[in-house]
Design a protein around this ligand. Structure first.
Ligand code: ZN
Length: 242
């Protein structure tokens, strides 16, 4: 096989290797960032729940003061009633006292409802705090296990240009340029074996005379359909048979 095709196969091998490294790195990063998103969302919900708890607690305090005022008014009305002598006035005072007692009853019921709401919100806040703490612990675990691996993968990715540069020295520049272009356009696969007279990149059948030349391996060929570089090896042909 000619040296240029050999070099291109080597470039492809490096790019294949780095693709799986990048995939692993992306998966690790995506996993971490989705955990962070979940955590942020939980934080927002928790803040919302705390806000509602504060609101209902403040309503409860107001209502308690109001109930105290109701009591005072009832006491005042009662002492006034004792001092009243005329029937008409007495009836009016009795009615007022009834109204005050009614309001007192309503405020008392409202206070009970607010207390129940406070209990609910408190339970909800503490549940949300517990879940958030669990996710936080998971994020920390993930981060500590992934961080080392990500650094390792980053190093491999950073080293790829250097590795490719070493191989590129032995390939004419025009083919390096073509290789990179095809690599980008054809989903990272720029060099493929030919098996049984077909390009394994796009399945197109080669003209018989081209197929013969590819097998001889003296020249450099690109598939006329997908532009990928073509080569022939016995191993690749046998591998595709099994
Ligand atoms: Zn092709």
């Amino acid at each position: 096989m000619n040296k240029t095709t050999e070099g291109l196969i080597e470039l492809q091998r490096i790019d294949d290797e780095i693709r799986s490294v990048k995939k692993e790195r992306d998966e690790l990063t995506v996993n971490l960032s989705s955990l962070h998103k979940i955590m942020a969302q939980m934080g927002v919900e928790l803040t919302d729940k705390r806000g509602k708890l504060a609101e209902v607690t403040s309503f409860h305090t107001d209502k308690k003061l109001e109930l105290q005022a109701d009591n005072d008014r009832i006491q005042q009305a009662k002492s006034k009633l004792l001092a009243v002598s005329r029937t008409k006035e007495y009836q009016a005072m009795t009615k007022e006292l009834d109204n005050l007692r009614k309001k007192h009853g309503e405020d008392e019921a409202e206070l009970t409802r607010l207390q129940a709401a406070i209990d609910d919100y408190r339970a909800s806040v503490s549940g949300a705090e517990g879940r958030l703490a669990e996710v936080q612990a998971e994020v920390e675990r993930e981060q500590s296990t992934s961080a080392g691996r990500i650094a390792e993968l980053d190093k491999l990715i950073a080293g790829v240009a250097e590795k490719k540069a070493v191989v590129k020295v032995n390939i004419p520049k025009e083919y390096v340029v073509k290789y990179e272009r095809v690599l980008e356009r054809r989903d990272g696969v720029a060099v493929v074996p030919c098996v049984q007279g077909r390009c394994t990149g796009c399945r197109m059948a080669l003209p018989p005379q081209v197929w013969v030349k590819v097998q001889l391996g003296k020249e450099i060929f690109q598939c006329s359909s997908c532009q990928r570089f073509l080569y022939y090896t016995v191993q690749a042909s046998q591998a595709s048979m099994t």
